[in-house]
Design a protein. Structure first.
Lengths: 498, 513, 99
């Protein structure tokens, strides 16, 4: 049954929006949080397990140092207070994908608390998102639902459980209730999530690929009549795994809740799910006693002590943060605000920077990634990163152009060859024999042939009307299969006209 | 072999090791002798859930085949066989924690202590019975069988480690491992006339010990002599990077302390009688043997004073909050998914994963385990956490503080191990609270993580063994070994031999060859 | 002082995922009330100025180097499973009419 919705503009005028995000970021450590089982994406089911991550009787957790290092780095990036003593706690609940039927997380003594993140919006406004905590916890396994429609949990006959992901370290970043966003709440949420993504990638602590589930968020939304009223009841939409989904979830929940409040209906404290197909959130489970997780300090783990020296060591390893980096590159590459925005929107900053590092000019690199390659990615519905072309390939093509070995047209054909899997630019060029024809004899012959075929054009040219020059050049290019250098052709045509 | 089986198995483990070293007996002969006793004794004792004879013989043969140099590099007890409480994970040998829910589980890994025993060349005779998941004080809560006390087979051997204690008392094994969460090594030790030691928390790795209550559990030795316990604890102890609660320091010099104690000179040692661990609820026969033993300590030069640990009266309450809380979480993993039992719901009940888990756990756990899981679930639940779990954690602090103050005054504390001698089967099964009282004197040491041990103090008026408990400061386990060995030597002089000379062991009669 | 109602025991059984029988519920109610009485006195001395102790030996966490070890084989991992299929553990359907 379709829920009643209020117009977005009306809803945000009438109600004050409060929202919050709980973002799970999967860390890219070599081994799991509490045992030395190697973590890798893919792999045969149930082959990345030790007795610990399978939850075998008698097994015990031991903390991975790299996961703690990564948590400290994230804490520093988010301006958090890093606790000298933090504690792991058990969150008790039963689920088939949980090897111990409790999750090891942090409860009242998280490693990172009380920080903030400044996020920059489209129009350059900077909004400060307050961070409540960023704590360390371990992931569960994966269920594959069998026997229902298209692998969904509803109607499934049974599930197959692969515990490979069980025990992979996560950091959960929890914002404080975000107030004062008004109708920009969805935009701020999206910008915040992208900023988190950029930060964890810059820190090298997560691949942060939402499509692979490296990053996902629970979205809390509540409305109240005015900014000085107490918080309203909130809904919690679980496991939203795309930036657009997060923005749309907030938008939808604002409209849905406003319509309910207008009708005098109460907002249920419940967990909901974002449904990409219908672009709506669907009601899930009501919050109840069943959510009594019986947290208590994990007696198998002792206090985590983070010394000043440890923090200093991590501080020394901190890379440039994404916002600073963007501003630096903007200056180095001489970009306008609009040009930078285009690059960011296309998610091409890293690729362009790497292409420049590989020897291309900033302008050249930008032209490829935002032009030809963006079109290709859009056509295929993939991200630029997923295209089978590397920054080194692009830089190589740029070098071939700079060296006068390819012209624009051949360069595009070469990239097409790389995308088609024909090999590196060099290999593609060799395979097709692409080269600019510099042999003036061949060009002269082609010009002569073109003159002969177009006597009217030759007349006009001779009379000083240079407009139809393109006809001759086009014919020469066709005859030389595009390999002639346009400048050389023009030069010979001019000579012959005299 | 120079001795008949029934004489050989009565040697202490240290004596057996010496005989092996001299070449008088092989490890294989020791294993065969004990397997013969097991075969003869089990019908009346029922200490073992699983006898791993083939594994033991193989290990013994591998040890015997070693060169003299290789043998010399091994610990003193090398070649001597051992029995393992079935709460400890053994690769390739069925491990059940005496629960139906783990029936048939063959672990793919060894506990750290098992790795250490194997490295020490100590053959594993089998897995001993216990109260299900070590929860109980009589071994009657085993899902498989009831273990009998060798001193009176109508009576319980104590618990939870009744299997290990009875096996060692009945000469089925010279040594065993137990686990002690609230007294599960020491109380059966007291009831069977054996020596049982709970080391300092973190002194022996818990990796591979099936968890009951993680902040209280500790693996320790079960033996017939104090020296044997010291030697065994030195082998199984030490830091383990797979256990986050393992203390970084290595084992203390316990065997040296035991040998020093055997000289029976306790001059300069201050012994504290814990005022709160005695009197009401302690059998007169138990108190009598205890008081006589205290006089022996004085006779050897120890200064005995009374100390008060005022918060001990809250120990049982704190224990019965903390322990079940941890139990409720530690036993969650037995859900029918990855190992052990699975029971589908009956017809008419939705055949869901949640119901499968609920029916599996209903069928797989016994009454006592369920009782503790429900109690622990309650203690941790929202709204009660602070009043119960939170308060219990504070009591724990107060008990640690009591010990700290006591050890400012004395070197070692003493008390009876158990308020009573072995009781009859069924006597306390319907009264959980009465059963819980068995651990009144042993629980404080678990809450505070301090080392404690029980040694035989003689027989009560009913002819059953009485246990005498020593408690030492944290990470100073050797401190209790010295007076324990001294008392053992003094008492044996009085008795003209070890306590077990009074044990009628008819199962040995046929083995006098 | 806590007293256990029948409903509470049923609820605790749900939380602990144990399908208690009616008879068990009745018995547990009686037993737990007796036990609760005896342990409730811990609150007498648990004043605000006493710090809680979670672990008896004061230790700080050892941080393990991030180096992989040989994992269990799939066969070892699955060996104890009551029901397996295609290298995975089988769970009955997760959603049901009671959800």
């Amino acid at each position: 049954m379709a829920e009643k919705l209020m117009k977005y503009a009306d809803a945000t005028k009438k109600y004050d929006v409060v929202f919050g995000l709980e973002t799970h970021v999967e860390l890219c450590t070599k081994t799991k949080l509490f045992c030395p089982a190697e973590v890798s994406f893919g792999g045969e089911p149930n082959t990345q397990l030790t007795p610990v991550s399978l939850g075998l009787p008698g097994s015990l957790p031991v903390v991975n140092k790299t996961a703690v290092d990564y948590a400290i780095k994230l804490g520093l990036a988010l301006h958090c207070e890093i606790a000298e003593w933090s504690q792991f706690a058990r969150k008790n609940y039963f689920y088939p994908d949980m090897p111990r039927d409790y999750q090891i997380s942090q409860y009242d003594k998280p490693t990172n608390g009380n920080g903030y993140l400044d996020v920059e919006l489209e129009d350059g406004t900077v909004f400060r998102v307050p961070i409540e905590r960023a704590h360390i916890e371990d992931d569960a396994g994966k269920n594959t639902h069998v026997g229902g429609a298209d692998g969904r949990i509803e109607g499934a006959d049974h599930s197959l459980v692969d515990y490979n992901r069980a025990g992979v370290p996560l950091i959960e970043i929890v914002t404080k209730p975000i107030e004062g966003a008004g109708d920009r709440a969805p935009e701020i949420a999206g910008a915040y999530m992208r900023a988190i993504r950029d930060i964890v990638r810059a820190l090298g602590i997560s691949h942060a690929r939402m499509e692979q589930g490296n990053m996902r968020a629970d979205v809390n939304v509540s409305l109240r009549p005015s900014a000085d009223a107490p918080y309203g009841t909130r809904s919690e939409t679980k496991n939203v795994n795309s930036f657009r989904g997060i923005e749309k979830t907030i938008q939808y929940e604002i409209r849905r809740q406003a319509a309910r409040l207008d009708e005098g209906k109460e907002i249920l404290q419940e967990t909901r799910h974002w449904d990409e197909a219908s672009q709506t959130t669907a009601g899930g489970r009501l919050k109840s006693d069943a959510d009594d997780y019986r947290y208590f300090p994990d007696p198998d783990l002792v206090m985590l002590h983070i010394t000043k020296e440890h923090i200093a060591e991590m501080e020394a390893q901190m890379p440039e943060m994404p916002r600073e980096r963007r501003n630096r590159l903007k200056a180095e590459w001489g970009l306008t605000d609009l040009q930078l925005r285009d690059i960011l929107n296309a998610d091409a900053l890293d690729l362009i920077e790497e292409t420049v590092k590989a020897g291309a000019t900033a302008g050249g690199a930008r032209k490829w990634w935002l032009g030809e390659l963006s079109r290709e990615a859009n056509a295929k519905g993939v991200s630029l990163e997923e295209l089978p072309v590397t920054p080194a390939d692009v830089a190589e093509v740029e070098k071939l152009i700079a060296d006068g070995k390819l012209n624009d047209k051949l360069a595009k054909q070469t990239i097409a060859g790389v995308l088609a899997g024909e090999g590196t630019p060099d290999e593609v060029v060799k395979k097709h024999g692409y080269k600019i024809v510099e042999d003036s004899g061949a060009i002269e012959a082609a010009v002569d042939a073109a003159f002969e075929a177009n006597p009217d054009v030759v007349e006009k040219l001779k009379s000083g009307n240079m407009k139809p020059m393109g006809v001759i050049i086009g014919a020469v290019m066709k005859a030389t299969r595009g390999q002639a250098d346009a400048k050389a052709v023009t030069k010979i045509v001019r000579e012959k006209l005299q | 072999m120079t001795e008949a089986t029934n004489e050989l198995v009565k040697l202490s483990a240290a004596e057996m090791a010496a005989a092996v070293k001299k070449g008088d007996v092989s490890s294989r002969e020791l294993v065969d002798a004990h397997l013969a006793v097991i075969e003869a004794a089990e019908p009346s004792i029922k200490a073992f859930l699983k006898v791993s004879g083939d594994v033991a013989r193989e290990q013994a043969d591998a040890f015997d085949a070693k060169s003299a140099d290789e043998k010399a590099a091994l610990p003193e007890l090398a070649g001597v066989p051992i029995a393992i409480k079935d709460m400890i994970v053994t690769k390739g040998i069925e491990t059940t924690a005496a629960s139906k829910i783990l029936e048939g589980w063959i672990p793919p890994y060894d506990a750290t202590v098992i790795e250490k025993l194997k490295a020490a060349g100590m053959p594993i005779l089998g897995k001993t019975n216990l109260d299900e998941f070590a929860q109980g004080s009589s071994t009657e809560h085993s899902a498989y069988q009831t273990t009998h006390n060798p001193w009176d087979t109508e009576r319980v051997p104590g618990g939870s480690g009744g299997g290990s204690a009875s096996a060692v008392a009945a000469f089925e094994a010279p040594l065993a491992l137990g686990t002690d969460t609230g007294g599960s090594i020491r109380q059966p030790g007291a009831l069977t006339g054996t020596v049982g030691v709970k080391p300092t928390y973190g002194g022996v790795s818990r990796f591979g010990a099936i968890a009951m209550a993680s902040s209280l559990d500790q693996i320790g030795p079960v033996t017939r002599t104090v020296l044997d316990s010291a030697l065994l604890q030195e082998i199984i102890g030490g830091n383990d990077r797979r256990d986050s609660t393992s203390i970084p320091e290595g084992p203390r010099p316990m065997a040296a302390a035991a040998r020093e104690g055997a000289k029976r000179d306790l001059k300069g040692m201050k012994v504290g009688l814990v005022k709160e661990l005695g009197g009401d609820g302690f059998q007169p026969g138990v108190e009598a043997r205890f008081n006589e033993a205290v006089r022996k300590l004085q006779d050897m030069g120890a200064e005995v004073v009374e100390v008060s640990c005022p918060h001990f009266e809250y120990a049982l309450g704190a224990y019965y909050i903390i322990m079940p809380s941890e139990v409720s979480s530690n036993l969650a993993r037995y859900d029918g998914m990855r190992y052990g039992l699975r029971v589908m719901p009956p017809a008419g009940v939705p055949q869901t994963a949640a119901n499968m888990m609920a029916y599996t756990r209903e069928a797989g756990f016994g009454d006592e385990v369920k009782r503790r899981i429900i109690l622990g679930t309650y203690a941790l639940s929202a709204g009660y956490y602070d009043a119960w779990y939170g308060s219990a954690q504070k009591v724990r602090t107060l008990i640690i503080e009591d010990f700290r103050k006591a050890f400012e005054q004395v070197d070692v504390l003493v008390s009876p191990t158990s308020p009573s001698t072995a009781f009859k089967f069924g006597e306390k099964m319907d009264d959980p609270l009465a059963m819980y009282m068995n651990d009144i004197a042993t629980i404080p040491a678990n809450l505070a993580g301090v080392p404690a041990m029980s040694i035989p103090a003689g027989l009560s008026d009913d002819g059953l063994p009485v246990g005498f408990q020593f408690i030492a400061p944290q990470q100073r386990d050797e401190v209790m070994y010295k007076p324990a060995a001294a008392l053992e030597a003094a008492l044996e002089e009085d008795w003209n031999g070890p306590i077990w000379q009074d044990l009628k062991a008819p199962w040995l009669d046929g083995l006098a060859k | 002082m806590p007293t256990f109602t029948r409903e509470e025991i049923v609820h605790l059984g749900d939380l602990a995922r144990i399908a208690l029988t009616d008879e068990e519920i009745t018995r547990l109610q009686g037993e737990l009330n007796v036990i609760a009485d005896s342990i409730n006195k811990v609150q007498e001395v648990a004043s605000d100025d006493v710090a809680p102790t979670a672990n008896p030996v004061p230790l700080e966490a050892y941080l393990r180097p991030d180096e992989p070890v040989t994992p269990l084989t799939q066969a070892e991992a699955l060996a104890g499973g009551p029901k397996t299929e295609a290298g995975m553990f089988v769970a009955p359907r997760i959603l049901g009419s009671e959800e």
